[in-house]
Design a protein around this ligand. Structure first.
Ligand SMILES: NS(=O)(=O)/N=C1/NCCS1
Ligand SMILES: [Zn+2]
Length: 263
């Protein structure tokens, strides 16, 4: 039996169901988005992203990824529109990646992997009074997924990787202020949307996913720095505990439809 979930053989996605039975649930994420099966829905509104750079607070090495956390005490930074009724308050963003540039995203598009994937996490502040309460409700969370493709260095990701010296091992944190995550969004806001889950334990089925069609760029060198972070608290046996890969494989679509905001 695993002690602490992770991404290795003894505690990774293939055995998460031992401690987290939702792993075999009916609305698990990520999924492979089969574009020809996506249904264009003209009732989907344009996404409205309104973030305030002053909401940014801290960057944390969680031992599974690194997370940029925001002040979610009021509706200063919110996501609206798309498939959503009401506004969803910005909570945090984080990334998933693989052991090499050829894979690492969580969602796939027609079976294709991207090098990494950004998740911008929001909670339904009109219906619920906290993230924790919202995370237990089927319409509680909204996660904006953005694919990352190897290419030119991304000047905004550079601001993030510049913090890594201070957060190398699990539990370390460092101030991360004056950052508006809309700088990490592509030019096009065309998206796919479907009902899903957290892609990490406890795998709660409370996420409305909005996955953007257009990727943003990250350089090979920038992505290599992601892998230099550590899954563990100490720096002993560095090779053994580098954050090489932290993406969950795609899950069965089961009885779900994916909608597209574009033709
Ligand atoms: N990968 S993910 O976006 O499903 N993970 C999360 N952790 C806390 C809220 S969302
Ligand atoms: Zn994620």
């Amino acid at each position: 039996m695993m002690h602490q979930w992770g991404y290795e053989d003894h505690n990774g996605p293939e055995v998460w169901h031992d401690l987290f039975p939702l792993a075999n649930g009916d609305r698990q994420s990520p999924i492979n988005i089969i574009t020809r099966d996506a249904i264009y829905d003209p009732s989907l509104q344009p996404l409205q992203v309104n973030y305030d750079h002053d909401s940014a607070k801290v960057v944390i090495n969680t031992g599974h990824t690194f997370t940029m956390e925001f002040d979610d005490g009021d509706d200063t930074s919110v996501l609206r529109g798309g498939p959503f009724i009401g506004s969803y308050r910005l909570r945090q963003f984080h990334f998933h990646w693989g052991s090499s540039d050829g894979h690492g995203s969580e969602h796939k598009v027609d079976g294709m992997d991207y090098a990494a994937e950004l998740h911008i996490v929001h909670w339904n502040s009109e219906k619920f009074s906290s993230f924790v309460e919202a995370a237990c409700a089927p319409d509680g969370l909204a996660v904006l997924g953005v694919f990352l493709k190897i290419g030119e260095p991304n000047r905004y990701i550079e601001r993030i990787t510049d913090t890594f010296g201070a957060i190398r091992s699990k539990g370390k944190q460092s101030p991360f202020t004056n950052f508006d995550p809309s700088c990490l969004l592509p030019a096009s806001m065309d998206f796919w949307t479907y009902p899903g889950s957290l892609t990490v334990p406890p795998l709660l089925e409370s996420v409305t996913w909005v996955v953007l069609k257009e990727p943003i760029s990250i350089s090979h060198e920038q992505l290599a720095r992601f892998r230099s972070l550590l899954f563990t608290k100490d720096t002993a046996e560095i090779e053994a505990c580098c954050m090489k890969s932290n993406h969950r494989p795609v899950q069965p679509l089961k009885n779900r439809k994916v909608r597209a905001s574009f033709l």
